[in-house]
Design a protein around this ligand. Structure first.
Ligand code: NAD
Length: 451
């Protein structure tokens, strides 16, 4: 992928001078400059938080507490590479807010990780956990590295040294990591093992997203994609949009979120008209056979050449005619530069931060309803919560119980967001922020400030 990274020094609203690098639109056919409309994700988060705080008339003292992360740790991660040389990577763990329970959030490995991105993701975890009402605060971790160029041995060494470096601030009652981009069940098994070896006994609840059989939960792999479908169905029903069996859906990204969601949509009779991976996507207005598409992708590692479908760029996919658009790849895909061309009636944000805050007003003016990330993709952290509960009890649920409980909690959170939306007459996004901020603020208020 030709991700033309152009690191730019930006001033975040927190006042830190930070280096923020966003991928330019490498796929679009439009003539705008690659970074037009792109936004620092922490600024995107703060813009919505500020609006929610204002609508809630949030106590100014609590506003100050919630606007900044509790703690930011930057660590050096030296790794002996296969060449015999040592390479020093930079890792972060940002803990945003602990008022409602232990910090919770994934670990991301990518070459373009920035501290501001990790800060934004950590804050989103605080609001997300509160929206689905699981007893966690928000955190996120990241290591600047390119896993596609690293061997398994190098990735294991990187993970173990990173976990050692953050070990003092994580733990089942402190901060519970999970997978995110480019980390997986194997990575989480290494996290659990490294932490356990240091403690001298097995500590399963230190991390979620582990393999089933090693303290992982049934249903965790599919949880986020299933959650995306649960809230899509609730939204189609609530706003009298086409019924699931009549709705057309375009999905950007075919990984753990996009791929699982697309398969579930297909299995339940929705018409999935487009799907993409990092290189580009395919479109057929009559609908795609998603299991066939996924096996083509597994075999060829690209969607290019898939028969009976038009090959489209990732930016073209966002602008296709469809009822439901599910951006499930990465941040900053819908911005002020392309929001006006989106044709979907409903956007369900599978990814974290796929819409820059500068696009919100444009989408609202067009009457497009957005189910925001902090609700739409909360299925993952909800089942992570089930995993943490199961690890602590030492009693494991079957898949059916996981999926039924997940659906109940997602639908209930959807209803809570709709209540805020109707009560305060705001967009669904701001309603979700208001719900998350309000629930977190109540804990801060009741607990008070120590000492
Ligand atoms: P993944 O690595 O499994 O899949 C990512 C998909 O996006 C792949 O199909 C990849 O080819 C594609 N992609 C990557 N870069 C792209 C780009 N620049 N343009 C277009 N497509 C691109 O990751 P995932 O777990 O599916 O996560 C996707 C998003 O969902 C991320 O924002 C992540 O933070 C968020 N999320 C994931 C979970 C989870 O449980 N996995 C939970 C909540 C949120």
């Amino acid at each position: 992928m030709a991700t033309a990274k152009k690191p730019a020094t930006v001033k975040s609203t927190k006042g830190h001078a930070t280096s923020s690098s966003h991928a330019g639109d490498a796929f679009g056919n439009h003539s705008e400059a690659p970074n037009v409309g792109k936004e620092n994700p922490f600024d995107s988060m703060l813009a919505r938080f500020d609006l929610a705080a204002q609508k809630l008339q949030l106590n100014p003292d609590i506003y100050q507490v919630l606007r900044v992360p509790d703690r930011e740790l930057t660590v050096s991660v030296p790794v002996r590479m296969d060449t015999g040389r040592i390479q020093v990577f930079t890792g972060y763990r940002v803990q945003h807010n602990i008022a409602r329970g232990p910090y919770k959030g994934g670990i991301r490995y990518a070459p373009d990780v920035t501290l501001d991105e990790v800060r934004a993701l950590a804050a989103w975890m605080t609001w997300k956990c509160a929206v689905v009402n699981v007893p966690f605060g928000g955190a996120k971790g990241g290591v600047i590295c390119d896993p596609s160029t690293m061997s398994m041995g190098e990735l294991e060494a990187l993970t173990r040294r990173y976990v050692w470096a953050i070990a003092d601030i994580i733990g089942p009652d402190r901060d519970v990591p999970a997978p995110d981009m480019n980390t997986n069940e194997q990575t989480m098994a290494w996290v659990m093992d490294t932490y356990s070896m240091q403690k001298g006994h097995i500590v399963m609840g230190v991390v979620t997203g582990k393999p089933v059989g090693l303290g992982g939960s049934e249903g965790r792999r599919t949880a986020t994609g299933f959650g995306v479908e649960f809230v899509t169905r609730a939204a189609l029903n609530k706003w009298k949009l086409p019924a699931p069996t009549k709705a057309t859906v375009a999905v950007q990204g075919s990984g753990n979120v996009g791929g699982v969601a697309a398969e579930r949509f297909h299995n339940l009779g929705y018409k999935v008209v487009a799907l993409s991976d990092i290189h580009g996507g395919i479109y057929n207005k009559k609908g795609l056979d998603i299991p066939k598409v996924m096996s083509f992708l597994r075999e060829h590692r690209t969607l290019e050449g898939y028969p009976q479908a038009e090959y489209v760029s990732n930016s073209q996919l966002l602008e296709l005619p469809c009822d439901v658009l599910v951006p499930a790849a990465k941040e900053d895909q819908i911005t002020s530069a392309n929001a006006d061309r989106i044709q979907a009636k409903l956007i369900v944000e599978g990814a974290n931060g796929p819409t820059a805050s500068n696009a919100d007003a444009i989408l609202e003016k067009k009457g497009i309803i957005v189910i925001p990330d902090i609700l739409a993709n909360a299925g993952g952290v909800t089942v992570s919560y089930f995993e943490w509960v199961q690890d602590r009890e030492g009693y494991f649920w079957d898949e059916d119980r996981v999926n039924r409980t997940l659906e109940r909690m997602m639908v209930s959170a959807f209803g809570d967001v709709v209540n805020y939306q109707e009560k305060y007459d705001v967009s669904t996004r701001i309603a979700a922020y208001m719900l998350g901020v309000d629930r977190t603020a109540k804990f801060v208020q009741l607990r008070g400030i120590y000492p």
